[in-house]
Design a protein around this ligand. Structure first.
Ligand code: SAM
Length: 700
């Protein structure tokens, strides 16, 4: 557990070199705050609850209409429980048991899909102020969901309009949906006067989104400004603060190796010291030549910072460094901070059963406070508060929606499966993306939903049934058996097993349970799977011929390195635009490695930038193979085949080509299933046929 969690710490004050460009006055104040946290005896006192961090805009002191203060004490204690590991919050609660257990394994699949129950913030809401009750009893909230609306300018009951507004102001940050909407947001005062109508609800949402995007842009500009760091700002902050008498002013010095050893032996440094050291290291690294101690190398500051990040946030040193290296120094801190905060709760409307506006209306009537996620999805809703468990409403049980992380909409949007196609979801459990695809295909064609883990196919089956997907066939093969087991697909989704470094806020065990070997094994498995996914696509497909590769990880070896490998091994594929309107470009160069330049077409998503789980999406177009190309994935993999025990299967290397279903072969299985069902209902099943008797004997 990290020092931050152990001490139930608030988010540290800004660690990024913002200190370098923040006014002296602010710095003094910040320091004074830190000092006031110390008890009279000089020992650090427990901090107040975590201050809500504005992930979209790092200007934590800025008043933002989109930041939601964590207001109820119940919520506060819950957040603390989450931090110290004694409780869980948000998505942890909504994971089903299987998912929870499995996410502890090497392959992280905690993709936030389809928990059995949402028990997240119920007590919080029960203990909330009376305003909440009134809000819940308010007339049905009306939404403008865009073009498919009748656009009546219906006024929400005027007496409630103000309440609605204040509620909105309290909401947590929205998911940053798009950089394309750059319109500036109007002032809060202006909004305050505005009456809430069906029409302007959507407009207000849009403004909040635009505001979030603008703030994010502002932050990027701030980071750049910090890097450039003009002369005026380059003051000796310690000296300045000394003059103010705010702090003890010993100039910052990196600890010696001896001091570090001593610290370690004493159980690690004081948390305030770690904070200060991190802040100072970030500051020095922003302008190294000017600020570094004489004779010290840049790498020494980096090593110290990485070690302090590991201790403060509770990572092993290996992962702390791996993740740190992905970002510029100041941004890295933002990433680690974002991993301490749960992502927004989101649901996906199942369009096979309902429309988003109808679902929203039903849930609002039950006391759920929600809003469309953004323009990039017409099925997503972000849940802000709820009086009922989101995983147990009648609408949920009737399959009107899936509890699903916003990031996991992305690969399906990129794949864009069409009606009547033949699609493979190669690693599909628990089925968030499978059911999304089935809906986009309007229950036509066929989706083969495969997962190597048989136990996990149970929740997949349950979801497929609940959501009324009639075009899904569930199977359980090692993905590397494709296309031998079945091929010729129009589209393939490979949402690969991964380390889960994008979902650390959901599964903090990742912080300590991943080693270098895990990443080597995973990367190798992913490389094998991606070739199999490519080979399973029919280049002759009239409507498709696409593969989407995705992970909920942010490491380069699980993403760009895998995609680059596929491009090298399969010259018949090329990367194409994902069609996603936001997300950062994939790396084309990383720490001395150069990837195919088209890797810039792939997309990276980050918790601190997009307020969604860390995610990666790449889309390939598969062309016809030339005759000289090798036939299967494993034949030409240039490294030894490493197979994790968990996914070893008995499938023979020469698995027969799939040639359709054999009804006579299936009959005894169907008969057995029917007998079981009858028995379960207390009925006496008819005697077994010969074939079924044989099957039963074999099983026995
Ligand atoms: C990230 S999860 C998939 C989440 C799923 N796509 C969804 O949206 O609900 C990765 C899945 O890969 C499965 N898996 C791991 N190794 C596999 C393999 N060799 N072949 C097929 N599936 C595999 C795991 O059991 C896990 O369910």
């Amino acid at each position: 557990m990290g020092r931050r969690a152990k001490n139930k710490q608030a988010a540290p004050e800004s660690l990024e070199p913002k200190t370098a460009w923040t006014s002296k006055k602010q710095l003094g104040k910040r320091k004074a705050e830190a000092d006031s946290e110390r008890q009279d005896d000089g020992k650090p006192s427990p901090r107040p609850t975590k201050r809500v961090k504005d992930l979209n805009g790092k200007g934590k002191e800025k008043a933002s209409s989109i930041a939601k203060p964590q207001k109820s004490s119940a919520k506060k204690s819950k957040a603390q429980a989450h931090n110290d590991g004694s409780g869980s919050e948000g998505w942890e609660d909504v994971e089903d048991e299987e998912l929870q257990t499995h996410s502890k394994s090497l392959f992280n699949d905690s993709d936030a899909e389809e928990p059995a129950m949402f028990v997240g913030d119920l007590e919080d809401l029960e203990s909330d102020e009376e305003a909440d009750d009134e809000y819940v009893q308010a007339p049905a909230q009306e939404f403008d969901f865009g073009s498919d609306d009748d656009d009546e300018d219906v006024e929400v009951a005027p007496s409630k309009a103000k309440k609605l507004k204040s509620k909105q102001a309290e909401r947590p940050k929205k998911i940053i949906p798009t950089q394309s909407d750059q319109s500036s947001s109007d002032s809060d005062e202006e909004e305050e006067d505005e009456r809430v109508t069906m029409k302007n609800m959507a407009e207000r949402s849009r403004k909040l989104e635009a505001h979030a995007a603008a703030e994010a842009e502002l932050d990027v500009a701030e980071f750049q400004a910090a890097a450039e760091d003009d002369e005026d700002e380059d003051v000796d902050m310690d000296a300045e603060e000394d003059a103010n008498g705010d702090m003890d002013v010993e100039p910052f010095q990196l600890p010696t190796a001896e001091q570090r050893e001593k610290e370690k032996a004493g159980g690690g440094p004081d948390v305030h010291l770690v904070q200060r050291r991190m802040r100072e290291c970030v500051r020095v690294l922003a302008k190294f030549t000017r600020r570094a101690e004489k004779g010290r190398a840049r790498s020494e500051y980096i090593d110290q910072l990485v070690a302090d990040i590991a201790s403060y946030y509770g990572y092993n040193d290996f992962l702390s460094e791996k993740l740190f290296l992905l970002f510029p120094v100041n941004e890295a801190i933002e990433f680690f901070e974002a991993n301490e905060v749960p992502r927004p709760v989101t649901i996906r409307t199942n369009t096979l059963r309902t429309r988003r506006r109808d679902l929203a209306q039903s849930l609002v009537n039950r006391g759920v406070n929600l809003e469309p996620i953004g323009k990039w999805t017409n099925v997503g809703l972000q849940v802000f508060e709820s009086n009922v468990p989101i995983g147990a409403t009648p609408e949920y049980l009737a399959g009107h929606y899936m509890l699903q992380a916003a990031s996991s909409f992305l690969p399906v949007i990129a794949l864009s499966p069409q009606p009547n196609e033949r699609v493979l979801d190669m690693a599909s459990a628990p089925g968030g993306k499978t059911t999304h695809m089935a809906a986009l295909m309007q229950n036509t064609g066929v989706v083969f939903a495969n997962d190597a883990n048989k136990t996990r196919t149970k929740s997949l089956t349950a979801n497929v049934h609940r959501l009324g997907c009639k075009n899904v066939v569930i199977c359980s093969y090692d993905g590397r058996e494709f296309p031998k087991v079945m091929g010729g697909f129009d589209r393939v989704l490979l949402d690969a097993p991964c380390s889960g470094t994008g979902v650390i806020s959901k599964d903090p065990s990742v912080k300590i349970n991943k080693s270098e070997r895990d990443f080597t094994l995973l990367s190798h498995l992913q490389k094998q799977l991606i070739l199999c996914a490519i080979d399973s696509v029919s280049p002759e497909s009239k409507t498709g011929g696409y593969v989407v590769y995705s992970t909920c990880s942010v490491t380069v070896e699980e993403n760009e390195a895998v995609v680059d490998y596929a491009l090298r091994k399969r010259p018949n594929v090329k990367l194409v635009e994902t069609g996603l309107e936001f997300g950062r470009e994939g790396f084309t160069k990383y720490r001395g490695k150069t990837f195919n330049p088209s890797l810039n077409l792939t997309r990276r998503f980050y918790p601190h930038v997009h307020n969604m789980d860390g995610f990666y999406v790449a889309k390939f177009k598969v062309e016809k193979r030339s005759k000289t190309l090798p036939a299967t994935a494993t034949e030409d993999a240039d490294e030894p085949v490493l197979v994790d025990e968990e996914f070893k299967t008995d499938v023979p290397a020469t698995f027969p080509k799939f040639e359709g279903f054999d009804d006579s072969e299936d009959r005894p299985y169907l008969e057995e299933a029917k007998r079981k069902r009858m028995k379960a209902k207390g009925l006496r099943p008819p005697p077994r046929s010969k074939a079924a008797t044989k099957l039963a004997e074999e099983k026995a």
